[in-house]
Design a binder for this molecule. Structure first.
Ligand SMILES: O=P(O)(O)OC[C@H]1O[C@](O)(COP(=O)(O)O)[C@@H](O)[C@@H]1O
Ligand SMILES: [Mg+2]
Ligand SMILES: [Mg+2]
Length: 315
């Protein structure tokens, strides 16, 4: 039994659920090999198509989606696939018990500059239907394709980190990630400042004011532009990630997608002792109204997230 399969026996007695996670892990390992060769194969450019959200697809968005789809199709426990790259939910096995929602390639605008990208997934019970709150997730995870390839996964217990070795096996490297409660690092796209609401502006101004400001400490700013990479940093050493609702994204409900970006990341961060919110409610408590629904995302170190929540409560 592999180390990942062994770990899964300690997290769930549901072998089919463990199998669903193993299918996503296998897709991630295959995709890691493809990504390593992508500049040689000339695959980092555009596919010439758009997804349902009107975003230009990269060739690797399409390839990643196909790799995930093939792995899930081969697993009869998977009933339905929801993907950022597919307009509608795809029905796979009629006997399957699970829905998998995925962002097969997160941060794809970073592909041509060789910066970390990822695959995000959320697993739900088919019986609950397509539009379930994040609290109903059975498990979630992501694969980060960086200097090392990491699989971060949580069923309902700890958030654990596996690293892909040179033989293609996932080895446990962090048994229980812990997001420090306090932190001095924030991640937000500051080029959007003119669109921000009062709460976001207030939180960031307080932070950049440093030791002499109301926060009373110095902050640093980090923004990779791949949510997977920004969240991985926060899981490993703390910090806060913000993609809030702003005056430009308000008509769409936000920038990031609830089912396959916000919910799985909130599941992992909360499993590591962090916190998540839209500004007004916990991300995991949002009732979805569509499979590609967008949502404001604020998550990370609990004290920092609370500070943003306080701003929203006041403004
Ligand atoms: O273009 P911006 O505003 O920097 O947005 C970056 C965000 O968009 C995303 O790239 C969206 O994900 P996709 O690449 O899967 O569409 C996130 O990974 C990232 O946090
Ligand atoms: Mg994404
Ligand atoms: Mg994507």
């Amino acid at each position: 039994m592999t180390e990942l399969a062994q770990w899964l026996t300690t997290q769930t007695s549901d072998q089919a659920l463990a199998g669903a996670i193993l299918s996503m892990a296998a897709a991630g390992a295959e995709l890691a090999a493809v990504l390593r060769q992508a500049p040689i194969a000339g695959q980092t450019g555009l596919a010439g198509s758009e997804n349902v959200q009107g975003e230009a697809q990269k060739a690797l968005d399409v390839i990643s989606n196909d790799i995930v789809l093939n792995h899930l199709r081969a697993n009869p426990a998977i009933s339905i696939l929801i993907s950022e790259e597919l307009d509608e939910a795809v029905h796979l096995s009629s006997q399957g018990a699970f829905i998998v929602a995925t962002d097969p390639l997160d941060g794809s605008s970073n592909l041509d500059v060789n910066v970390t990208v990822g695959t995000i997934f959320s697993i739900l019970a088919k019986a609950g239907g397509l539009l379930q709150k994040g609290t109903a997730q059975l498990a979630a995870g992501y694969v980060a394709y960086g200097p090392a390839t990491s699989l971060v996964v949580r069923v309902t217990g700890d958030t654990s980190v596996f690293t892909l070795d040179d033989k293609g096996a996932w080895l446990l490297t962090v048994a229980a990630a812990k997001v420090p409660t306090a932190s001095g690092e924030f991640a937000i796209n500051t080029a959007r400042e003119r669109f921000w609401d009062e709460a976001t502006t207030g939180y960031v101004q307080e932070s950049v004011a440093g030791e002499t400001g109301p926060a009373g400490k110095r902050y640093n700013m980090r923004w990779v532009g791949s949510m997977v990479a920004d969240i991985h940093r926060i899981l490993m050493r703390g910090g806060i990630f913000l993609y809030p609702l702003d005056s430009e994204t308000v008509s769409k409900g936000g920038r990031l997608r609830l089912l396959y970006e916000a919910n799985p990341m909130a599941w992992l961060v909360e499993g590591a002792g962090g916190r998540s919110t839209t500004g007004h409610e916990g991300i995991l408590d949002v009732t979805p109204t569509g499979i590609h629904q967008r949502v404001p995302v604020i998550l990370g170190s609990a004290d920092e997230v609370r500070r943003v929540e306080d701003w929203y409560a006041r403004s």
